[in-house]
Write a protein that binds this ligand. Sequence first.
Ligand code: CP
Length: 301
Amino acid sequence: LKHLLTIEALHDNEVMGLIKRAQEFKQGALTPDHLKEYYAANLFFENSTRTHKSFEMAEHRLGIKMLDFDSKTSSVSKGESLYDTVLTMSAIGVDVCVIRHWEENYYNQLIQSKTIRCSIINGGDGSGQHPTQCLLDLMTIYEEFGHFEGLKVAIIGDLSHSRVAKSNMQMLNRLGADLYFSGPSQWYDAQFDVYGQYKDIDELIEEVDVVMLLRVQHERHDSGESFSKEVYHQTYGLTTERAKRLKSTAIIMHPAPVNREVELADELVESYQSRIVSQMSNGVFMRMAILEAILEGKAKG
Ligand code: CP
């Protein structure tokens, strides 16, 4: 693996290999010694807590040397482009850049460069894709059910603005899950019909194995697209009343940050059916597996 840019670029066996390796790290597998020779830079041009800090944690645990980068105090503030920033990272010896950027497909010009040699891991590109979140979500589902085939998964909320939804719908569909979508119809795109069926949340709630809620992304909305918190919660959210209708074996997921009392009721965030905290913990182990796969791919040339 040279780069991780989109989820669909991974073969099924690569996805399963990363899940198994992440599970080994979770169970305490020793980290390979040779990764200590590598350098990583985490370039975040959009805000992040989980992706940024769990990559840092994964890099610490693998012994990879990490360069600090803050776009606000870097030469980006003088107008330097993303391309020239990554060119610089590569020139000074960085082996892998984890990048979050507001521009969809920002990585295309980076991977076409003949001069940039470092690997790129996509930590989220605008409303495009979030492949590392998808992989940690898959790990969390696999940990629970041991398979994907035939699982009923509902992805609910701000679908059109969500890179998490786009990565997850593509891979879950390919792995054999039955997908359903719900949320405001204006945030649904008919292109998603190839992956699953759009339904009202009340038609789905008793049937599904996984309820994956999405953050309402106010920062990506035009004015006039908003709902009051209460209206959104009652119409599209996982209320305590709806949660009572879930199968006892169903799990609740959310990539976070959560808007409590909007996408789901406050008390459900840490409830026994919620896997939101596990998703955050699994993020570290999955990102260890991804960094190892990228850097070992590099070692093999
Ligand atoms: N889930 C996720 O990507 O969270 P952050 O924006 O905090 O990284």
